[in-house]
Design a protein around this ligand. Structure first.
Ligand SMILES: [Zn+2]
Ligand SMILES: [Zn+2]
Length: 226
């Protein structure tokens, strides 16, 4: 089945999106001389239409024959009614709705072990600026976290098979770091809601990379661990 129904009128080709599974035509507005416009209208009405590399042609699917892949678990649904994807999350920038995050992966996100960082007080606005110093303060605190980490590593002792670490200083330095991150957010007007959205996107990225699954550690150490 081809994705377009074409008709010649006065020697010019006019066309209509056509489901490449069942042949249903998208006839809400009749024939088009512009495929891009036709595809956009069909998508607005619950169709899928995805362009080739050069945006010269589109594959079309009616609302009963969506094909969608989960970008995190790679589950592929070759054809199903669009209502079957109600619980899925689709990327705001990817409006052809062919790649999303499936309901199972989204449900899993709520069950992942998580660290509750709590509410951090914001410094008085007189201490905040939209400048690089606000950010460099984070580097400075992060460097202190690294030093405190090395110190904690040196403190490691194994007693009765248990690994003991003196991490008191490290905890203090992490708190300082979180305070500077909070202040940077405040300087740039970044809210908890902004961070919530970013956190979801970050979690999806990590799910895709398998970071919540047992796998060999990657991209972390520059040389073999001792
Ligand atoms: Zn169809
Ligand atoms: Zn999935």
């Amino acid at each position: 089945m081809t994705s377009w129904y074409t008709e010649q009128q006065d020697g010019k080709p006019y066309c209509m999106p056509q489901c490449d599974v069942c042949g249903l035509r998208y006839d809400a507005y009749g024939l088009y001389d512009d495929k891009e416009q036709a595809a956009a209208d069909a998508v607005n009405d619950g169709w899928q239409a995805w362009p080739d590399l050069y945006h010269t042609d589109w594959d079309c699917r009616c609302p009963q024959h969506w094909s969608v892949r989960c970008e995190t678990c790679k589950r592929y649904v070759a054809q199903a009614d669009r209502t079957g994807f109600n619980g899925w999350l689709f990327d705001r920038d990817n409006n052809d709705m062919r790649v999303g995050v499936c309901d199972q992966c989204l449900a899993r996100m709520d069950t992942l072990p998580a660290l509750e960082l709590g509410a951090w007080p914001i410094f008085h606005p007189s201490h905040q600026r939209i400048d690089k110093w606000q950010a460099l303060k984070i580097l400075e605190e992060a460097a202190e976290v690294v030093d405190a980490t090395k110190e904690a590593i040196r403190s490691v002792t194994v007693m009765d098979g248990r690994t003991l670490v003196n991490r008191a200083h490290l905890v203090d330095e992490i708190a300082d770091l979180l305070q500077t991150v909070t202040n940077l957010c405040a300087a740039f007007g970044i809210t908890a809601a902004d961070l919530g959205i970013a956190r979801t996107e970050c979690t999806i990225k990590s799910l895709k990379r398998g970071m919540f699954d047992k796998e060999p550690r990657t991209r972390m150490h520059r040389k073999d661990e001792q």
